[in-house]
Write a protein that binds this ligand. Structure first.
Ligand code: NAD
Length: 457
């Protein structure tokens, strides 16, 4: 234990989740090791910064390293034996068949068994198929590891990760050992108590309305299923809006008006009902496919989620085809894609719809330029060779026939549209996020096209 009887913590995995969580814990006064085999991620932490862009994270990482409470290492032997709580936050990507790839997760658990104190709590923060905790508990028993096992799914969203953790809706802990659940909950209470100070270091203002801030203890299986089900439901809402948007496109209805109309019913709610280019990122696509796969193994098929996934996959191609009806075939056309991060506020370009749009149109013969304020370098390896990555909006849109707005960064939303119209050659503005007012775009002399929204002219 460190001062104030705080537990010492190890987080396995210095990724989006692991590093954010570790920086928070260290700022709350808890000694926290972050372990990763990836040397460049560790080196960034040693230099007092994050390897990815997330609002407020760099100052928190710098503070943690300076105070020596945040300790990056590649060694389990240096960290796990000294830790009261060991948190697994390694990646759980999907296999080609859509099932969850648990290779990293079991490798981490296996390695941890060699070093865990018998009194330690092993916490699973990675998103896993229900039943995984049971398998690890069995592994611990086989290896004679005395550590308790707790599922503690993570709900932070990239781009608002620190806010989501400081002002949280719920902390879920699941498992059979009540004392272990209490020990994990106590860590979050320490963060909660220190949150004004932490927010000060990160430069974040408290929200006007505080969220529910519930602490929930559940069974192991429920905790595991809560996480994937939460993401599946949000994905379902997005695909529902997109499905209706395709219908709106055939009828002259405006999907934003339709969703405002239904979303004002409190039983439905307005959030996550924005039609557009669909969801992407490192979580929703793989969590949906993981749920479909694991439910199927239990004989509980999920046709709703299969349909949601298919609708989502169809959206970039749907938008390109819709644009082609006005723009004509793509060979010989110059196209700009604004936005390569999977959403604004992050540098993460995993499964990014903006990248998909750029790749589809480059494949179909267009000359494509693309730009993102934060995600250019993370996107580069996902982009086809023919796509030119630019350093500014002006450079990207110069002399193009059409602009596709794929991510709603403030830099794009506040861009002078009259200037944009002059910089382009053609006048097509394809708003793949329905983020703009149609009138504003058309008053600038551009031809508007949204998803489920008709031009006013
Ligand atoms: P990530 O890929 O950014 O990071 C995972 C890290 O684990 C990598 O740096 C990798 O090198 C490291 N790693 C792999 N094997 C290891 C081992 N044996 N020991 C130590 N480190 C190891 O992943 P992420 O986005 O941080 O996601 C981590 C988990 O959290 C996933 O299960 C994900 O589904 C879940 N999750 C992610 C988010 C999000 O927004 N990114 C939100 C909620 C939950």
């Amino acid at each position: 234990m460190t001062k104030q009887n705080h537990p010492t913590i190890t987080i396995l995995g210095t990724g989006y989740v692991g590093l954010t969580t570790a920086a928070l814990f260290a700022a709350a006064g808890l000694k926290t090791y972050v372990v990763d085999p990836n040397e460049s991620r560790l080196q960034a932490v040693r230099e007092g910064r994050s390897f990815f862009y997330e609002e407020g994270l760099d100052p928190l990482v710098a503070h943690g390293v300076k105070s020596k409470l945040l300790v990056p290492t590649s060694s389990y032997a240096e960290s796990v034996p000294h830790s009261d709580i060991v948190i697994s936050a390694v990646g759980t990507p999907d296999n080609p068949d859509g099932s969850s790839n648990l290779t990293y997760l079991f490798a981490a658990a296996e390695e941890a068994t060699k070093h865990l104190k018998p009194t330690a709590v092993y916490v699973q923060k990675s998103t896993v198929p229900v039943g995984t905790g049971g398998r690890i508990t069995k592994l611990f028993a086989e290896k004679g590891t005395g550590a308790a096992y707790v599922s503690n799914p993570e709900f932070l969203r990239e781009s608002t990760a620190l806010r989501d953790s400081l002002w949280f809706d719920r902390i879920v802990v699941g498992g059979p050992d009540e004392e272990a659940l209490d020990r994990v909950t106590a860590v979050y209470r320490a963060v909660h108590e220190a949150r004004d100070e932490i927010a000060g270091i990160a430069g974040l203002d408290a929200p006007d309305t505080l969220p529910a801030e519930r602490y929930m203890a559940t069974s192991l299986e429920s905790a595991e299923l809560i996480k994937v089900t939460a993401n599946a439901f949000l994905a379902l809402k997005i695909s529902f809006a997109n499905s209706i948007a395709k219908f709106a496109d055939q009828t002259g209805a405006d999907i934003t008006e339709v969703m405002d109309g239904i979303g004002s019913d409190t039983r439905i709610g307005r959030s996550f009902l924005n039609a557009g280019r669909g969801y992407g990122g490192g979580c929703f696509p793989k969590d949906v496919s993981g749920l479909i796969s694991s439910a199927s193994k239990h004989g509980a098929e999920q046709p709703i989620m299969i349909a949601a996934s298919e609708v989502n996959e169809s959206m970039p191609g749907y938008i390109v085809n819709k644009a082609k009806k006005a723009l004509g075939e793509l060979p010989g056309k110059k196209i700009a894609v604004l936005g390569l991060a999977f959403k604004s506020g992050t540098s993460d370009a995993r499964r990014s719809p903006g990248v998909k749009l750029a790749n589809i149109m480059s494949h179909d013969g267009a000359t494509v330029t693309a730009y993102d304020p934060e995600a250019n370098s993370e996107a580069e390896e996902e982009l086809r060779k023919g796509v030119t990555v630019c350093k500014s909006v002006s450079e990207t849109v110069k002399d193009v026939d059409a602009v596709f707005l794929a991510t709603d960064w403030a830099e794009f939303l506040s861009y002078d549209l009259e200037k944009l119209a002059k910089e382009m050659k053609g006048k097509f503005f394809i708003d793949c996020m329905n983020a703009f007012s149609i009138v504003r775009v058309e008053d600038a002399g551009l031809r508007y096209m949204g998803v489920g929204r008709a031009s006013k002219n």
